[in-house]
Each structure stands twice: as structure tokens, then as C-alpha cells.
Ligand binder design. Sequence first.
Ligand code: PBG
Length: 392
Amino acid sequence: MNATQLRGLGRAPCTGCLRRRLVICNVAEAIRPAVVSKNGNARAGVPEGTPIVTPQDLPSRPRRNRRSETFRSAIRESIVSPANFILPIFVHEEGSNNIPIASMPGIYRLAFGKNVIDYVAEARSYGVNQVVVFPKTPDHLKTPTAEEAFNPNGLSQRTIRLLKDSFPDLEVYTDVALDPYNSDGHDGIVSDAGVILNDETIEYLCRQAVSQAEAGADVVSPSDMMDGRVGAIRRALDREGFTNVSIMSYTAKYASAYYGPFRDALASAPKPGQAHRRIPPNKKTYQMDPANYREAVREAKADEAEGADIMMVKPGMPYLDVVRLLRETSPLPVAVYHVSGEYAMLKAAAERGWLNEKDAVLEAMTSFRRAGADLILTYYGIEASKWLAGEK
Ligand code: PBG
């Protein structure tokens, strides 16, 4: 509406608009005090003092599409379902009780046996039918070369068997990396000079993946970030006849501060070195630099060429740009790991009453889907599924 049209309606353009020769802004005009009714002609249904304006001449009003819950639900772009979730489970066998993890309230190391079955049965009752197994290895079984990783009767392998025997249609994922079994606390074998050996480590990762497949795993997930491990594991699985076992690769796994509570859960943090044996205090020579984006494309191309079935980004919320990047770079399904530190932050704020936990968690899950993730690994798997089912 221009000044002439406004005059035709018996209204004066505001002086600011005239002076600057702008298209008339009748909102600016309306908020001049003279137009605001302080008494008398207040309209019904709005607070006294509400300005009286002529409607804006807007061709597009996005708020029309947000008008009702029915309509919002009808046009929602990203939907979260328990079918998207992969539930991590920590397993131990130091006694028959579940052991709470201090930095992850509500999450336990589950006692091998009935407690594991009960937990997974509960998850399935809410529609979560995918789990990833993390064993807590007793210290006396840890060695610098982590042979326990491919012990056919190791805790991880027995847990996989237990789960597949109890729930044949459960999708069981595993973690492929040496850190839960390595006395140095690294994902690979550490040389005396403090180098994480790449190709030597891969030999053991292949044995680990094959032993997990023999135990019945559906998907093996290398989280170690050694170069070339996806291709080597694919060849090892195929050679042993496991052509149907999938690989979910931790494609873009960053050297993140958010894994702290997980390392508490498994007591798997890098250990202090000694005079004759330098142990790097962090995983920066194999996990990615949080500053890097393009590098994720390089990892994605390698994983795709090496035969990965699913690509993962980890951590989750601080790396949504990388989730979107992989979604647009590759046709493979994309997974995202909502990691232990992200869980801990939400729990801590919720415990203090600083966040509405349900709303904040479901918003995080929706954001993963919006960014392009198909699969979400989350310790909130059961709780979020309860909320999605309408439970309080
Ligand atoms: C082991 C592994 C880690 C996580 C998953 N697999 C820890 C690490 O890389 O140090 C972290 C998961 C989490 O923080 O929830 N390679």
C-alpha cells in the first residue's frame, strides 16, 4: 500500500515513511501513540492497549500452516519412531546386580543373563528392536594387544549369543575396536613410542569382527578409526562366509570431549604411560579433529568404496552439519550417535529442573532426523519411546 492508497482510506502515512520515501509501513504508523486507544474503543478479545491497525497486505503468511496440532502433525517433515533407535547396552559379569553409572543417571552396566534379557525385552515392548553391545572387561583380561576382543567365549560374544537365542529377530550391532580390552585404553595397539599401530591393529579388528559374526551379530560397527579397516573387515567376513553381516562404519568419529561418561562406564579411558612406554593421553591421532568438515567427505568416500552399509557420525548434536553433509554426499543410510556426554548434559539439566527433559530429548531426536539421520544410537532409546507412545 502506498501513500496515495492510504490517504484514500482516510489514513495518513507516518512521517518517517514519507520522509524516507518508503512504501508505507502502517504498522509503524499504528504504533504512534495517537492511534492507540487508551480507553473507549478497545476491541473485544484483545488486551486494552492493543494497537488498531489495517491488516498487512501479505501474500504469504507461514503461520497459517502452524495453526492447529492436527495440521502441524499432517505436514510435519521429520518423524521420529522407536524403529529409528539403536539402544546401547553395557554388560558386565562382576556379580548379578546392575551397576549404576554415576555420570549417566538411569543407565546401568547390566548383569550378564536375565537382567540383559529383561532390559531388551522392555525396549522391544516399546518398539526398539536394535541394540549395540558394549562389554565391561575385567582388568585382568586386558592386555596391550587386546586378544580378549576375539575370544569366542568373551563377554561380548556370549552376550550376542544370548540376545540372538532369546530374540531371533532382534538386530544386534557390535562395537569393533580394541579399547574395552586394551590395557593401554586405546582403540588400537600402542607401540612403545606411543604410536597407535594401524595395519597391525586391523588384523585383530578383523578377528574381532569375525568372532562377533560367528556369535550371531547382524551388524558389526568399527569405531576405531584405523585407515582401511572397513575394507579389511568386509573381506574377512566374506572369506568366512558372513556375506550377510552388515558393516555400520563410524565414518566421521571426532576426538570429542563428550565420550567421558562412556569411558567411565567401561573404565576404558587411555591409561597413564610409563618411562619406557609412552601412552598418548587422547585419541587425536586417529579420531577426527572437531574443526574439520571436508575431511568427513574423505572418510565417507573411503568407507563407501570399502563396502560400508551404513555410515555414522559421532557425536550427534554438535555435529548436525556433518550428518547433513553425509546425507547429501552418499546414498547410504546415515546413523548418528547421541553420545554419553550429550545424555549426561540433558540428565543433569533435567535433574535440576532447568529443562523439560521429555521435550528437550524429543527435540534432539527430531533434529537428528531433520539433519538427515535414519538411525539414532541413544541411551534415551527406551525413555524416548515411552514418551513417543504417550507415556508420562
Ligand atoms: C570405543 C567407543 C567409544 C564410544 C563408542 N565406542 C569411546 C571412545 O571412542 O573413546 C563412545 C560412546 C559414547 O560416548 O556414548 N571405540
